[in-house]
Design a protein around this ligand. Structure first.
Ligand code: FAD
Length: 216
């Protein structure tokens, strides 16, 4: 999972009373946060990304020439570049410490990192302090919120989603309980949620009637 940290400094104090904002998160959500905060009037944006900057063009070792293995500059970053004159992203960096004053966040301490055998190693002497008084976490989907599966008593699979006997089935480990969408396939897209909703409805119809005339 990519981790992206975005730090915003606002031109004026927001209704919440915060003047600088940070967002921890990755991928499309992090980009959405960048674009949204720019449109809310931030005066600076810094995105801190733990992974190295991907190459601008596909490497010979990469058969699928798309993000995240090739650099993608989405609308949020494009707006930041247009407004502030530079790419907001800083790579191979993470947050080491949150600095507070009287119980409120005022800054974050960052450090450069590298990866060895998939372990993140901090690089000594590379710490920096960045002003930040609100940090928003948008770190990506790591599984269902556990209270819903617990409430229904359903089993979870290895990806932290509600388990079914195969990806094309919607019946859970509990009789009469079905699952679909992100809870079933993990973080995905609206089009998949729509397709899964239709297929799940058909599966329920078949379960109840023994057959279904619903279209796929
Ligand atoms: C920030 C963000 C940006 C995204 N951008 C895009 C995008 O640009 N394009 C795209 O295609 N996808 C995008 N996605 C992904 C997309 O939103 C999801 O894949 C999709 O919404 C999944 O649909 P779903 O019906 O499975 O779940 P959800 O849309 O999450 O719906 C689940 C619903 O169940 C309700 N619920 C939860 N527990 C209970 C309960 N116990 N009882 C009753 N109701 C309950 C919730 O309140 C919610 O309304 C984005 C996701 C995020 C988080």
């Amino acid at each position: 999972m990519q981790i992206l940290i975005i730090i915003f400094e606002y031109q004026q104090v927001l209704s919440t009373g915060f003047t600088t904002l940070g967002i921890v998160g990755g991928g499309d959500t992090g980009n959405d946060c960048t674009g949204t905060c720019i449109r809310h009037g931030c005066k600076s944006v810094t995105q801190i990304e733990m992974m190295p900057c991907p190459p601008e063009e596909r490497l010979a070792s990469n058969p699928w020439p798309e993000w995240p293995k090739v650099l993608k500059t989405d609308y949020g970053q494009e707006e930041a570049i247009a407004l502030f004159g530079h790419d907001p992203r800083i790579y191979e960096t993470t947050i080491k410490e949150l600095i507070t004053k009287k119980g409120r966040l005022t800054a974050v301490r960052t450090v450069k990192v590298r990866f060895e055998n998939r372990n993140m190693i901090e690089i000594e002497g590379t710490e920096q302090t960045l002003k930040c008084d609100l940090l928003i976490i948008a770190a990506g989907f790591v599984g269902c919120e556990d209270y819903t599966p617990k409430a229904f008593g359903v089993d979870l699979g290895s990806r932290g989603t509600v388990a079914t006997s195969s990806p094309d089935t919607y019946k859970t480990s509990v009789d009469k309980v079905f699952t679909a969408g992100d809870m079933h396939r993990g973080q995905s897209l609206v089009v998949w949620a729509i397709v899964e909703g239709r297929h799940c409805a058909r599966a329920v119809d078949e379960y109840l009637m023994g057959y279904s005339y619903m279209e796929d």
